[in-house]
Design a protein. Structure first.
Length: 148
């Protein structure tokens, strides 16, 4: 059942109970990661706005979410990669909101344009021929002979 309120809590309930598992068929690991992201967002919200524990969707903005993402890196020590994971959760949620709540389409479109932060890519560590032989020297071929 779709949310009947513009409160964040109503939309989060639908997001986690219907949209992600039924419409997007995401894994349980993705849902847990997204739950962590929104738990952090709600903690951040409560620290910024202690008198408003359950915000409406209209109270969110790009500057607020950018401040949240900066908070993750600067205050909590998250890497750019983790920040991007949190951003992916936010984008997935606001993509759903845009489908369900056309009056928030403009806000959602702006949020979906928040860019990922560049993060270092680590080179793949591969064994060279000598390292491969070293690892295989105790192995036997299924026919009984030693591997080269």
């Amino acid at each position: 059942m779709t949310p009947n309120s513009d409160k964040l809590s109503a939309h989060l309930r639908y997001f986690f109970t219907a949209y992600l598992p039924q419409h997007r068929a995401v894994s349980s690991h993705t849902r847990l990661s997204y739950k962590d992201s929104f738990a952090q967002l709600l903690r951040y919200w409560k620290s910024r706005f202690p008198t408003c524990p359950d915000p409406s969707l209209g109270q969110f903005s790009v500057p607020l979410l950018l401040d949240f993402l900066t908070h993750l890196e600067k205050e909590l020590g998250n890497t750019a990669s983790t920040r991007n994971t949190r951003l992916a959760a936010l984008k997935s949620f606001f993509r759903m909101v845009a489908l369900l709540e056309p009056r928030y389409a403009s806000l959602c479109q702006q949020i979906l344009l928040i860019p990922r932060k560049r993060s270092p890519r680590w080179p793949l560590d591969c064994l060279d021929k000598k390292g491969s032989r070293y690892n295989l020297r105790g192995c036997r071929h299924p026919n009984g002979g030693r591997l080269p």
